[in-house]
Design a protein around this ligand. Structure first.
Ligand SMILES: C[S@@+](CC[C@H](N)C(=O)[O-])C[C@H]1O[C@@H](n2cnc3c(N)ncnc32)[C@H](O)[C@@H]1O
Length: 367
């Protein structure tokens, strides 16, 4: 789909949640030690690519976890006049046949309108390319498309770069999920799960059974129900209507560790979103995956980071999930706070689809 790539760009620029910069750099030191950290600002870290080093591919970049998106950077353009900045950015980037242009603010607290900057960058192109990019704005970036990136660093200063949209998040400007929270939803967890499903390319089969540990007030369960799943929510707190009254939903009002092992058998998916320590979350999930019978097909878990320094424990947490027989992937979602989302599919498939229909949920324990 994409045109020949530009070959230049001596830096990688990674976008992250404000505050996650050190955690991102710690992952880079561990996994991509040949890169050298260059400039960093809130929401952005740049790394110098040593001469002759092949840039890391999408799988290696995904392991950075805290990088929302990574682009090859051409450098910065600065000018008080926007028309001059537009001309400088195109001159720096060169004449590639971009499939889309992504503009985003390095820090969401910065003033400035990315849509207006994008319109100015598009308007400066030749008419054919302009028409293609206007269509792209309506339909979103095509998978595999060649993207020109413009990161607004300050009102008069932009970073320019490029990337190939070879992952779902690579199609979102700045790696920020473009989905919106529908009005009907009972909590923001709906959007978090919506982003996780898109980022990890999870396809549920309607009729599959899911259990959510930490289900109240119910936004994530609502998203699972909308996907056609049969859902059990475990939480001592109250799940709100309309989730609680949904015919495919039942709540077990208890802590996850108080559910009987035999009742935890037969689920296709385990979702966990408890506001407790990651180790306790993993212990609770382990009870489900080792409850007996056929183990769940997949896991979608939120691991809360009480402090950023706890991110150093991530390799151990992922190793634990792998030891259960799952292939874990992790990402800090753009719609979530200081936490990591882990998606793990049994047996190591990269694509997290399910293929077998399961019977409806049983009655709740103790009734
Ligand atoms: C962030 S909220 C969950 C949001 C929810 N996933 C949603 O979609 O609205 C965290 C929840 O974890 C629950 N929780 C904390 N410890 C728990 C435990 N040991 N077992 C089950 N739920 C727990 C809390 O009661 C709280 O409702």
């Amino acid at each position: 789909m994409s045109s020949p790539h530009p070959s230049h760009g001596d830096f990688l620029l990674a976008a992250c949640q404000g505050g996650a910069e050190e955690a991102l750099v710690a992952r880079q030191r561990e996994l991509l030690p040949d890169l050298a950290r260059a400039a960093w600002r809130r929401g952005v870290v740049t790394f110098r690519l040593p001469a002759g080093l092949r840039p890391p591919g999408p799988a290696a970049l995904e392991e950075l976890v805290f990088a929302r998106t990574v682009v090859r950077s051409f450098g910065q353009v600065a000018d008080a006049d926007e028309t001059a900045r537009v001309a400088k950015l195109h001159a720096l980037a060169g004449p590639s046949a971009w499939d889309d242009i992504h503009v985003w603010n390095r820090d969401p607290r910065l003033e400035g309108d990315p849509a207006a900057v994008r319109a100015a960058l598009v308007a400066a192109l030749d008419p054919d390319r302009r028409r293609a990019l206007e269509a792209a704005a309506a339909g979103g970036t095509v998978p595999g498309g060649l993207v020109l990136d413009c990161v607004v660093d300050a009102p008069d200063r932009w970073w320019a770069g490029w990337h190939v949209a070879d992952t779902p998040a690579g199609r979102w400007p700045g790696g920020v999920y473009p989905g919106r929270l529908p009005e009907r939803t009972v909590s923001r967890a709906w959007l978090k799960l919506d982003e996780a499903l898109a980022a990890f390319d999870v396809a549920f089969e309607p009729g599959s059974r899911a259990v959510e540990l930490g289900a109240a007030p119910g936004g994530a369960c609502q998203r699972l129900l909308e996907a056609g799943l049969v859902v059990v929510g475990i939480d001592p707190a109250v799940v709100a209507d309309p989730v609680a009254t949904h015919p495919r939903f039942e709540q077990w009002r208890m802590r996850a560790r108080d559910a009987k092992l035999r009742d935890l058998r037969g689920f296709d998916w385990v979702v966990a979103d408890m506001n407790i320590d990651p180790k306790s979350t993993l212990e609770a999930i382990e009870r489900v995956v080792s409850a007996g019978g056929r183990p769940p097909r997949g896991i979608l878990a939120t691991l809360k980071l009480p402090t950023w320094s706890r991110a150093a424990e991530l390799p151990g947490w992922l190793a634990r999930v792998a030891a259960w027989g799952y292939a874990p992937r992790a990402r800090q979602l753009s719609t979530a706070g200081r936490e990591i989302c882990v998606c793990a599919v049994r047996g190591g498939a990269r694509r997290a689809g399910v293929s077998r229909r399961r019977p409806p949920a049983r009655r709740p324990p103790g009734r």
